[in-house]
Design a protein around this ligand. Structure first.
Ligand code: KG4
Ligand code: ZN
Length: 345
């Protein structure tokens, strides 16, 4: 990539509000986290078994000022010392996104500083740059979050090619739905991860779905139905459901499919570097499986620490930095785009 030669340190204020986390962070030169403040609404949404969009928007409005102030304070930076403001403008919940976008636009206007709209998935991918200072494109990346399951080629900073994605539920969505069905509640992913440690992953064989004519695409709705059918049949027979076994067996089915599809692509394209990203990338079993599979094939494996896997603004600041030095600038007409595609502007 032709980037402008940067001789001075660049400080980016990242802002994220696409779902149920209000977050702000200050990032130096795209890779150093000076602060990473996250105000989670999980406790509030747990009462309803999932994210309630209207409540999320209202909470973001209440919190965003404090969160941004805390991020600046923790970083020891004033607003005047910030070089640019990066904000998630899609995909996500429209009302939630609008809070971050409006706030960032107002700041950029008042301070006369550059504004950079960031794609949420680009943020997740860029979380890998924070702790892996040696990581440079090109590499392959599997993004697994609550709303997305994307197998992506990162050709260069900000340049992506999507090889495959889910045809129905996202991986995180499957975790959340199965967790609800086995009585673990919301958010399902971390709970299944925890309870699986007590269970036998080979106790029940759940299907590993393949998508016809597409080796890189995923499908998780059949697996979810299979778990629901298993629970129903236990109930009809009057048998108790062994929650840790169901959780561990379901988790293994997801992990197997993700590893298999991703590695077909990595080997076919001859990548030497593979990265994980997104909330589900904090799953202990998934990380271990990829680490082992990559080691066996001599592929360098990268994964952010869990705090940078789930939604945060440090990843938005990192992605925003690379867009900033490329010269990407957003106008005051920047809008929230709930179904923004990766690579679109
Ligand atoms: O990336 P993220 O924070 O938000 C989206 O962009 O969607 O991902 C949230 C998703 C949720 O579905 C949550 O259940 C899942 O990530 N998740 C996990 C784990 N931690 C979070 N899934 C499996 N294992 C985990 N440890
Ligand atoms: Zn996310």
């Amino acid at each position: 990539m032709e980037v402008q030669k940067v001789t001075e340190d660049i400080y980016i204020l990242g802002i994220e509000s696409s779902c149920d986390e209000t977050a702000a962070a200050v990032i130096k030169n795209g890779r150093e986290v000076l602060s990473n403040v996250i105000s989670s609404q999980i406790d509030l949404h747990t009462l309803y078994g999932g994210v309630v969009p209207e409540i999320a928007s209202r909470k973001h409005i209440e919190k965003i000022n404090q969160v941004v102030e805390a991020a600046l304070e923790e970083a020891g930076k004033s607003l005047e010392e910030i070089d640019g403001i990066a904000v998630t403008y899609g995909p996500g919940l429209v009302g939630a996104l609008l809070v971050g976008v409006s706030f960032a636009k107002a700041l950029a206007f008042a301070l006369n500083k550059p504004l950079v709209g960031v794609h949420h998935i680009e943020g997740h991918i860029s979380a890998n740059f924070i702790e892996h200072k040696d990581l440079e494109p090109p590499f392959a990346c599997l993004v697994v979050s609550g709303g997305h399951t994307h197998l992506v080629v990162v050709k260069d900073y900000g340049e992506y090619e999507i090889l495959g994605c889910t045809r129905d539920d996202a991986a995180g969505e499957a975790f959340d739905k199965v967790a609800r069905a086995i009585g673990l509640g919301y958010p399902g992913g971390p709970k299944i991860d925890k309870v699986s440690k007590e269970g036998n992953p080979d106790a029940i064989h759940f299907p590993r779905a393949k998508v016809e004519n597409s080796r890189y695409d995923f499908s998780f709705s059949g697996l979810k139905s299979s778990v629901l059918n298993y629970i129903n049949s236990c109930e009809m027979k009057g048998e108790a459901v062994n929650v840790p076994d169901v959780a561990a067996s379901f988790q293994k089915a997801v992990v197997d499919v993700l590893v298999e599809h991703a590695l077909i692509a990595v080997e076919e394209f001859g990548f030497h570097k593979f990265a994980l990203a997104g909330g589900v990338a904090s799953n202990s079993s998934l990380r271990k499986a990829f680490e082992e599979a990559c080691k066996k094939r001599n592929i360098e494996f990268y994964c952010p620490s869990p705090v940078f896997c789930t939604d945060n603004a440090a990843m938005i600041g990192a992605a925003g930095y690379y867009e900033y030095i490329k010269g990407t600038r957003s106008g005051y007409d920047l809008n929230a785009v709930p179904n923004l595609k990766l690579g679109e502007r």
